[in-house]
Design a protein around this ligand. Structure first.
Ligand code: ADP
Ligand code: MG
Length: 337
């Protein structure tokens, strides 16, 4: 920005700087023309960038603290998908006006997640414009150890962390998005249903990137991706990059209790296969790693479900537990589609 600024840019940067966490490998953080960072010996640097736009990635009335959390979470999820240990991030903010209350709340969410994973905010940019947030996240892997989309081979199992479809279910219950018309079982007047709905809302607003478990999985996984656009869409990327077919057992897809409380089996399947925003990890690993993968799940208290197999061919097919193909109508989210 120019030296004369009409909207308190430097006040905002000052607020951000005052709260930014430090790390000993940050030689110079926010405040100069660029940050200076000390790279650890014998590590590769892994870099990811994702943008959240108002009205596209979050509803215009979303809480600032949730937006702050999610802006970092989606980037840490990309690092998790690579098996990287997060270290630093930068933050580009486009704001309609300089609202210190908004920025403080935004930082409450952003900093809470940064603190959880020991990530230092080391720089960024602040401009006026439509509400939009871009974050880059930087992390480390041992040379050659990052999980890519391209490593799956025929014979591997397909696994997924956590449960699927919860974030999309929250949107559907609000009557937003591609799943808005799905029939629902729950009623908001029943307190159990309301509690279940709150769980779904939290999955949407505050996704938890699978940072911790991913580095352990990287030892065994042949390919990995984080599920941002929907299971089928994201497995499609792995299938393409690895030049294999993936066969997914619809009956093996993990569902949360909250999802079960609100949607019947048919609606759940739609949400699990094509609902975005869960930020779980889908990965492939050889059958010889099954015991090790289950041990990692137990040690971390994380649900891990084996949902299919990698075969020769191309694309992603969905089958039921008898192996019969299921026609799938839903698709993952695609910009410009
Ligand atoms: P320059 O004009 O040299 O690009 P800026 O005025 O844009 O510098 O930024 C000043 C300092 O504040 C830089 O260190 C920059 O990285 C940091 N900064 C600006 N905006 C943000 C932000 N939204 N989050 C974190 N750091 C920021
Ligand atoms: Mg400069």
């Amino acid at each position: 920005m120019s030296a004369t600024t009409p909207f308190g840019e430097f006040d905002l940067i000052g607020r951000i700087r005052a709260r930014a966490a430090m790390r000993s490998d940050v030689v110079l953080g926010i405040g100069d023309d660029a940050a200076i960072l000390r790279l650890p010996a014998n590590r590769e640097l892994v870099v990811a960038m994702d943008t959240l736009n108002a009205g596209v990635h979050f509803p215009a009335d979303a809480h600032a603290a949730d937006i702050g959390w999610k802006a970092l979470a989606v980037n840490l999820s990309d690092l998790a998908a690579m098996g990287a240990e997060p270290a630093w991030c930068t933050l580009s903010l486009s704001l309609p006006d300089a609202n210190s209350g908004w920025i403080d709340a935004f930082l409450d969410g952003f900093d809470a997640l940064a603190h959880l994973h020991g990530v230092a905010l080391v720089g960024g940019d602040t401009t006026r414009g439509p509400l939009s947030i871009s974050v880059t996240a930087h992390g480390f892997v041992q040379p050659g150890r990052a999980m890519r989309r391209s490593g799956a081979s025929a014979g591997d199992d397909v696994w997924v962390t956590g449960t699927l479809g919860d974030a999309a279910a929250a949107l559907a219950l609000r009557g937003i998005g591609t799943h808005a018309q799905l029939p629902r079982l729950g009623r908001v007047d029943a307190s159990g249903d309301a509690a279940a709905r709150a769980v779904l809302e939290t999955r949407l607003a505050r996704p938890a990137p699978r940072i911790d478990i991913s580095r352990e999985l990287a030892v065994f996984a042949t390919a990995c991706i984080d599920i941002s656009d929907g299971l089928l869409a994201d497995l499609g990327h792995v299938s393409l990059a690895s030049a294999v077919e993936m066969s997914i057992d619809a009956d093996a897809l993990p569902a949360s209790r909250s999802l079960v409380a609100w949607f019947d089996a048919g609606a759940r399947r739609d949400l699990q296969l094509s609902g975005g925003d869960d930020y779980e990890l889908a990965f492939t690993a050889p059958p010889s790693a099954r015991d090790a993968v289950c041990a990692i799940a137990d040690a971390n208290g994380t649900e891990l479900a084996r949902i299919g197999r990698v075969t020769q061919g191309s694309g992603v097919r969905v089958v039921d537990s008898r192996g019969e193909a299921i026609a799938v109508t839903g698709h993952g989210y695609q910009h410009f589609a």
